[in-house]
Design a protein around this ligand. Structure first.
Ligand code: UD1
Ligand code: MG
Length: 470
């Protein structure tokens, strides 16, 4: 799930990323830390770390506070460092907690754990500015700048300081260019600046934004980089914003698929919560959800309202409407659904057909075999060219243990048959409809368990008496 942080120590100014993630996220009204909330199937923080990784960060330091243990437990395997900020005394105070871990020669990029959509290409110019010894800010111009820190420039347009909304007067509030919160600076300077912050402001906090005035006082140039797409700098404070960002991410993913040559019946009606890889001429109808890693080979068609999780479909495969595939590998030319369910451990060889209301679990189905209607196949090995009739059930579970069913090549199973595992059906065997198979069926013969049909001579159906006449 997480991208490891690569070690690029060769650079003269290695990149170290500080991610601010100590805030409580009260407005999410959740028992979980905000940065663990999922966006497109991955925690918000995973998106931010992915960005750090794409920028070849040598180190990522996460400032945690509220829910620190949960964040640490989930992200420790990603090879990142954590510093705890308690209590939370402001963004400048948060960066100060990370200062002991920063190398003086490094370039430091400060990101927010709840601002997940900023693109690496947008951040790259900030890193160049910081590598040249200056302070870089990512700014954005908003129609409604309420709540944000305003970028204050002098008459020549040079950035002088940032004024937080709560500290700003009317003239300052009229400024629409705002601080996104994302900054980059040489580590040595940043460490000195955050150590010198004061909290004599409207919120009684140590503002990271005050480093701009400190830089100017020392004569260090401050350069603002404008972010052209305001979507990139959106933060998540409540569920409505999380939902808004989800749509943006899904839209980006859909556009990427279209650009790769995938046909989407409606780019607004697809959800990818993981990684979807598609070959050429893949077609995806409306309302499909893809989770985990899904691979669709050339020419695959997925019908409307399917859910595909951690699975693959081979060349030319068809998945018809309302099918659910989880943890299955499906070969070329398969026909699945409508209304099929494939569960983990299912392997379908080429040209297998699985029809409506058929469930398959932990089973291998050989080439060109068919289970077209209303069947359950679990813990089974099915050979090639087998026909599994409607209503066939492998009775794989005795309440304690799971047992395997083996069905060899070219078997024909009549409808409404139960195979009580462990049991084997020999090659070319035929099972008569309605059979309850409890011992192995020999190859190439008809086996059936069925009470002999009888007709009762002279039997008459009872006739209802007419109550009125009695
Ligand atoms: C901050 C900026 C503001 C900017 C805005 C953009 C400051 C003082 N203000 O304001 O200029 O326009 O972001 O969204 O920096 N955090 C901690 N520890 C703390 C405080 C915050 O880790 O003690 C984290 C939060 O979890 C969050 C981020 O820092 O991820 C920003 O905090 P937030 O309280 O949202 O800052 P704003 O007041 O919005
Ligand atoms: Mg904020």
């Amino acid at each position: 799930m997480l991208d490891p942080i690569p070690n690029h120590s060769a650079s003269p100014h290695p990149l170290q990323v500080v991610v601010l993630a100590a805030g409580k996220g009260t407005r999410m009204r959740s028992a979980h830390p905000k940065v663990l909330q999922p966006l497109a199937g991955r925690p918000l923080l995973a998106h931010v770390l992915h960005t750090a990784s794409a920028l070849a960060a040598q180190r990522a330091i996460i400032v945690v506070g509220h829910g620190a243990e949960k964040v640490r437990a989930q992200f420790a395997p990603a090879g990142v460092d954590f510093v705890v900020q308690a209590p939370q005394l402001g963004t400048g105070h948060a960066v100060l907690q990370a200062a002991p871990l920063l190398d003086d020669t490094a370039v430091v990029l400060v990101l927010y754990g709840d601002v997940p959509l900023v693109r690496p290409a947008t951040l790259a110019p900030l890193l160049d500015i910081a590598a040249s010894g200056h302070l870089a800010l990512l700014t954005v111009t908003l129609n409604d700048p309420t709540g944000y820190g305003r970028i204050m420039r002098d008459a020549a347009g040079v950035v002088q300081r940032i004024v937080e909304h709560k500290d700003a007067g009317p003239a300052e509030r009229a400024v629409r260019e705002v601080n996104t919160g994302i900054v980059a600076a040489p580590a040595g300077l940043l460490k000195r600046w955050v150590a010198g912050l004061r909290n004599d402001n409207a919120q009684g906090e140590y503002y990271l934004t005050d480093i701009v005035a400190l830089a100017r006082a020392e004569g260090v140039p401050v350069q603002a980089v404008a972010c052209a797409d305001p979507h990139e700098t959106l933060g998540v404070n409540d569920r409505a914003q999380l939902a808004q960002l989800e749509r943006i991410v899904q839209g980006r993913q859909a556009q990427a698929l279209l650009a790769e040559g995938v046909t989407l019946a409606d780019p607004a009606r697809i959800d990818i919560r993981g990684e979807l890889r598609c070959g050429q001429d893949v077609l995806i109808d409306v309302g499909c959800v893809f989770e985990g890693r899904v691979e669709l080979a050339d020419g695959v068609h997925v019908g409307p309202h399917c859910v595909l999780r951690d699975c693959s479909v081979g060349e030319g495969g068809r998945v018809e409407a309302f099918s659910h595939i989880d943890g299955a590998r499906c070969g070329p030319g398969v026909r699945i659904g409508p209304y099929a369910r494939l569960r983990p451990g299912t392997e379908l060889a080429e040209h297998v057909h699985v029809g409506n209301f058929t469930e398959i679990k932990n089973s291998h189905i050989g080439p060109a075999s068919k289970a077209n209607h209303l069947s359950y196949v679990g813990d089974a090995s099915v050979g090639a060219r087998v026909n599994i009739g409607a209503g066939t059930i492998t009775c794989n579970y005795d309440g304690v243990n799971k047992h395997r069913t083996i069905i060899e090549d070219d078997v024909f199973i009549g409808s409404d048959t139960q195979l009580v595992a462990p049991v084997r059906v020999g090659q070319g065997a035929t099972l008569g409809a309605g059979t309850t198979l409890t011992t192995d069926a020999p190859p190439n013969q008809l086996t059936l368990s069925r009470a002999r049909q009888a007709t009762v001579p002279g039997w008459a159906r009872p006739v209802k008496q007419d109550k009125q006449g009695s």
